[in-house]
Design a protein. Sequence first.
Length: 249
Amino acid sequence: VVSITNLITVVTTCLSSTLGNSVLVIGETITLTSTVTIPPGTAPSLNLTISLITPTGFFALITSGSQVNSVGSSLNITKAQVGIENSDTNSDGVMDTAVFMFGTVVNSAASQSTTAVVQIVGVLVNDNRNYNGLTITISSAAKQTSSQANTNAQSSISINVIEPVIQLSITPALPAGKTVVQQGDVITYTVVASHSTTATPPSSAPAYSMVLNNTLGTYFTNPTLSSSGWDTTTITGVTASRTNPLTVP
C-alpha cells in the first residue's frame, strides 16, 4: 500500500471568459481532470470517483466526456485497461458520477512517483437550484482497498455560479408630429433586452437559449419585425430567439 495524492483541476470551460475565474454560466460545460500521484509500490484495487452531486447546485455528467487521459509509463496498466462506470447515484434521472477502476496498480519505478490522469465533462443545468452567486463544490476521491492510514486521497474545487438577470424596456414611437394615435397610423415599438441594473451580484453573464415574445393586440394589423443580435426572428406573435450564447448590453 502506498500513500497516494489526488488533485482535481478545471481544464477548460466552453466560454473563454470564465476559464481561470472559478465561475460558470448557467448552461455552460466544464471539463475537469483528476490526477492521482502514485509512489513506487502497490496501490491495491485503486478506484477514482468524481462526483457532480453537491449539497447545493445541479450539474449533469456528459458521459461521452469520461475518459482516461494518461497513465504513467512505470505503471503496470494501460489506459485501455481502466474501467469507466458512469452512473446516476441519486436516482434523479441525471448522470452525475464517474468511477474509474484501475484495479491493483504497481509503480515499478525505483524511486520516482508517477501519475494517472482522468477526465470528465459536466454541464451546469438550467435549474432553480443553480442561481446567481451560488458556490458549488465538486469532489474527487481516490481510494485503495486497505485499512491502513493515508491510503485514500480527497480533492475538491469550488465553482461560483453566474447567470444573467435580464430586464426589458419597451419604447413606443408615434408618427412624427402626432400625440394621439389614429386608425391607420404606423407605430414603432422598440423592445430592448439588457442586463438588470439592480441585480445583486451584478448581472454580466451571456444568456443561453433566450426567447423574447412580444404579443401584439388584435387591433394591430400587418406587423413587421426587425432585430439585432438574434439568431432567428418570426412575425407570428412577433418572436425573437437566440439559441447560442447572447451577449446582451
